[in-house]
Design a protein around this ligand. Structure first.
Ligand code: AMP
Ligand code: MG
Length: 355
């Protein structure tokens, strides 16, 4: 299959409308279109069409029990797919939509099992990215979309990443340039008495608590290790994810000790003949002595770290790094979401300095 890429930033307004109309036609005929959102690129299909959703799983190589998020462009669409919407859930949607927050609600019978992985609940999000909103509106459908990467790989933050993973597998990629946020939406389960965060994301627990008063965190994602005894409520959280090809190791502790430790570890591996990558920050990059050194952003501005994370992991792959040593960001703002992704990318390998 030929994969057409359309750069929405460089074409005229008429051409843009035409491209989005064609994307809508592909969706209505059961096909797949990759599109930008404010979090990461999504791989969209008609969410009410089970066969179209099956194509998403096939294109990504995604396990069939890992449900999809349904993307909407207007509040009226919520009641088409959710059975019960509590006043609390309405408050959360009003406060954070359009934006990087997904709510879990009981599903309507019309939502196919293929979309929800057989669950009785449905994940819903209203993205804020103008291209995403227009794409959903012009398709006149509710769009089921996971991240547009091959299953297990880092999520795409550039159209080029989508092309790398989906070339020949999907007919169309809408290129809206680099995404703004760079990590996936926060997922909040609103089916019980107390909202529960099933996946940390850009919207923090504190921001959600300002609206709902109380918020819990799913015990399966609270720790720094992959919990064996607790089952994650978001099925996707149990899978290996975001992983680069090389073996990634996080080093945490006081920053100057971390830099020293990474320099030592990198030198050892290089002496053994391995190609070594180092993920540092704007502040520390000049302190590294060898290897393929990349800055993931500034320690002062965690949003820059979130925005670069997946791109840097892909660049490490492209550089052929066999071992990747990375600084960590446990205590920073947004640290939960960033570290959740980095811990998975590193297979939960963490070295702590100074203890
Ligand atoms: P992705 O689209 O790749 O960001 O993955 C979607 C995430 O949403 C996965 O971690 C899913 O397990 C989670 N998810 C989707 N639907 C549900 C649901 N009904 N209940 C819990 N988690 C869900
Ligand atoms: Mg994903």
């Amino acid at each position: 299959m030929y994969t057409e890429q359309i750069d929405l930033k460089v074409i005229s307004e008429d051409q843009r409308k035409h491209a989005l109309d064609r994307a809508g036609e592909i969706i209505r005929s059961g096909g797949l279109v990759a599109f930008p959102t404010e979090t990461v690129y999504g791989l969209g299909a008609d969410g009410m069409n089970a066969e179209a959703c099956a194509r998403i799983y096939e294109a990504k190589g995604r396990p069939s029990d890992n449900p999809l998020i349904l993307h909407i462009a207007g509040m009226a669409q919520v009641d088409e797919i959710a059975r019960e919407v509590s006043p609390e859930a309405r408050k959360v949607m009003d406060a954070f939509w359009p934006g990087p927050l997904t709510v879990i609600l009981p599903k309507q019978a019309c939502v196919p099992d293929r979309t929800t992985g057989g669950l009785d609940t449905v994940a819903i999000r209203m993205p804020s990215h103008p291209d995403a909103r227009e794409f959903i509106l012009r398709s006149r459908r509710i769009i089921a979309a996971p991240s547009a990467n091959a299953s297990g790989k880092p999520s795409p933050t550039l159209a080029r990443h989508v092309y790398e993973d989906m070339k020949g597998r999907i007919p169309m990629i809408l290129d809206g340039g680099p995404v703004g946020i760079g990590i996936e939406s926060t997922i909040v389960d609103m089916t019980g008495d107390c909202p529960v965060i099933l996946r940390p994301g850009y919207m923090s627990r504190e921001e959600i608590a300002e609206v709902t008063g109380q918020v819990r965190i799913d015990p399966a994602i609270a720790g720094r290790t992959m919990s064996k005894d607790v089952v994650a409520k978001a099925p996707g959280m149990k899978y290996r994810h975001y992983a680069p090809k090389g073996q990634m190791i996080l080093v945490e502790g006081d920053v100057s000790q971390v830099v020293q430790k990474i320099n030592e570890l990198a030198a050892q591996r290089q002496a053994e003949g391995y190609r070594v990558g180092i993920i540092g920050t704007d502040e520390t990059v000049p302190c590294y002595q060898g290897g393929i050194v990349k800055s993931i952003g500034s320690r002062e501005h965690p949003e820059t770290v979130a925005a670069s994370l997946y791109r840097i992991l892909r660049e490490m792959d492209a550089s052929g790094a066999e071992y990747i040593y990375s600084e960590s960001f446990f205590r920073e703002e947004m640290g939960d979401a960033i570290m959740n992704r980095m811990l998975k990318a590193a297979g939960y390998r963490v070295i702590t300095c100074g203890r």
